[in-house]
Design a protein around this ligand. Structure first.
Ligand code: ZN
Length: 140
């Protein structure tokens, strides 16, 4: 059972809700199924290791470190292209690039990543950026 809509850069199913933020669909599926909020500091993990799987039977709560351990135990490698960066940082970098305020090299130094990462973000056309733009417009 996999999500048919947008995906985050690390492969989770996401949906924009009320122009506020992208919600990870597996987390939403968990909340709907259990009718309980996800406790602070906890993550919704997959028994099946499919990031965009939204089958509530495959979802369980774990702390971030438990999730990491589970990941290592199962030999799963994080498929986050820019694992050092938060989504907000990626959006910021994208905005900087659009505004041409800084060179790619300057941005790489500012965010402690390689220039190749900045270049990848520049060329990235995945939905997260479209969503960021929509959110920015909506909040004006
Ligand atoms: Zn699954």
């Amino acid at each position: 059972m996999q999500w048919n809509g947008s995906h985050s850069m690390d492969g989770y199913g996401i949906m924009r809700i009320a122009a506020v933020a992208n919600v990870r669909m597996h987390m939403l599926a968990y909340v709907f199924h259990t009718k309980k909020p996800i406790p602070k500091g906890m993550e919704v993990c997959h028994t099946c290791d499919v990031p965009d799987c939204i089958n509530p039977e495959h979802l369980f709560l774990g702390t971030k470190s438990e999730n990491m351990q589970d990941m290592i135990a199962k030999g799963r490698k994080a498929k986050n292209y820019y694992s050092k960066l938060t989504t907000q940082q990626i959006i910021d970098i994208k905005n900087h690039l659009e505004a041409r305020r800084y060179t790619q090299m300057q941005l790489a130094k500012m965010y402690f990543v390689g220039q190749a990462t900045i270049s990848e973000i520049k060329n990235d056309r995945r939905p997260i950026f479209a969503s960021a733009e929509t959110v920015r417009k909506a909040s004006r």
